[in-house]
Design a protein around this ligand. Structure first.
Ligand SMILES: *Cc1c(COP(=O)(O)O)cnc(C)c1O
Length: 395
């Protein structure tokens, strides 16, 4: 039986490759950081979500080791059967304090948090109004839920209002948005979304995965940026990006919502509890966030410097309020050639083109980190200038 299926898969895979869409993985031979080793060569990494540079932080490694020693390797159970450890409750509390919310529920990943948030809360008489550029996990989560679906163009408030009007007869309405959209680096206009939510009696959910630790003076995310701490019903996020980059996801917000998720959210009920070592490191991470603002300050300074320099050199960068800088090239083959040449220069960046971004909107996405020193940023900028001139992108 496998012969036929194998043939089918081989053909499909060959087509993916012929379309230039085959994803080859880079093998890193070092810890994650500003400098990484690939094929025995030192390179600078500008495409990780390691925004605060915590992926190889000694204090977090130490905290994880202590957690392993104190509470063991694994939980070997879902929460509703064996319960959880004191550490899990502490981490949930820390996350709620960080975001100014009432309670938090942990998941194995934010993909699970988003996959398990809609179905237990909303039914066929309700409406989910979702930004067109929301993350894949939100799209999948919405698919699992019986609520009616409405979609608005990215950050387009006129369209959001039209969709709210279309949904006005629904029982409950939930507007859903990413905090930062990962391809452009734009922040969702949460102030205006919140106003519309008030006007049309809707609730709001923000996925803070790319914004937590990054956006807002102290990195508390988009609710800090727009002075809406504690006002948004549901926030989801990940421990896999700015917050150390290991694993773990969460939903945080109104108490009753979190309570209901503990009763009915399937990825919580039927998937393992987070490993104690990661939970212990997570607790330490949120403590560090409240002890000093050094990393957030450095990230913001790095991002400002990088974008200012790139624009001064003649590059067309999308306006960004996050640590994502989209360097627009528009042409798909050019974006791939540019990224490959950057790699020759020892700089890792990723070129994106259709269908990941709209047709004719190909770009290089640069992700800045607090782990980058000025010399790293300059090396990256110099490589951009060199390749940009070589490929006729700048003069
Ligand atoms: C990365 C990301 C996720 C998934 O997070 P994991 O914890 O890695 O599963 C979800 N939503 C958004 C917006 C993301 O950027």
């Amino acid at each position: 039986m496998y012969n036929k299926f194998q043939e089918y898969l081989q053909k499909e895979l060959a087509q993916i490759e012929a379309d230039g869409l085959y994803k080859n993985e880079r093998i890193i031979e070092s810890p994650q950081g500003a400098e990484i080793m690939v094929k025995g060569k030192k390179c600078l990494n500008f495409c990780a979500n390691n925004y605060l540079g915590l992926a190889n932080n000694p204090e977090l490694i130490e905290a994880a080791k202590k957690g392993l020693d104190a509470r063991g390797f694994g939980m070997a159970s879902v929460r509703f059967i064996c319960g959880c450890q004191d550490l899990h409750k502490q981490l949930e509390q820390k996350i709620a304090e960080f975001f100014g919310t009432e309670d938090t529920i942990l998941y194995a990943a934010c993909f699970d948090a988003n996959g398990g948030v809609f179905e237990p809360l909303l039914g066929p008489e309700d409406a989910i109004i979702s930004d067109a550029l929301n993350h894949a996990s939100i799209i999948d989560g919405v698919r699992l839920c019986k609520a009616q679906r409405f979609r608005y163009a990215n950050a387009d408030m006129a369209d959001l209002e039209a969709q709210l009007q279309a949904a006005k007869d629904c029982r409950f309405k939930l507007i859903v948005t990413d905090g930062v959209f990962s391809m452009d680096g734009n922040v969702c206009p949460l102030d205006k979304i919140y106003e519309l939510a008030q006007k049309y009696d809707a609730m709001v959910m923000v996925d803070e995965s790319h914004s937590a630790g990054v956006v807002g003076t102290t990195g508390r995310g988009v609710t800090e940026r727009f002075n809406l701490r504690g006002e948004i019903e549901i926030l989801t996020g990940t421990l896999g990006k700015a917050f150390g980059g290991a694993m773990g996801g969460f939903t945080t917000g109104k108490k009753e919502i979190i309570d209901m998720l503990r009763q009915r959210s399937r990825p919580y009920l039927f998937s393992n509890s987070m490993a104690p070592g990661l939970v212990a490191a997570g607790i330490r991470m949120f403590e560090m966030m409240s002890e000093t603002n050094e990393l957030q300050d450095k990230l913001h300074a790095n991002t400002d410097y990088f974008i200012k320099e790139m624009v001064a050199k003649g590059f067309d960068c999308k306006p960004s309020e996050s640590a994502i800088c989209a360097v627009m090239l528009y042409d798909a083959p050019l974006s791939q050639k540019f990224a490959a040449r950057m790699q020759d220069e020892g700089i890792f960046v990723t070129g994106f083109y259709y269908p990941v971004v709209p047709k004719g909107q190909a770009r290089i996405r640069v992700q800045i980190s607090a782990a980058h020193e000025k010399e790293h940023l300059d090396k990256c900028i110099n490589a951009f200038v060199k390749i940009g001139q070589e490929l006729g992108v700048i003069k």
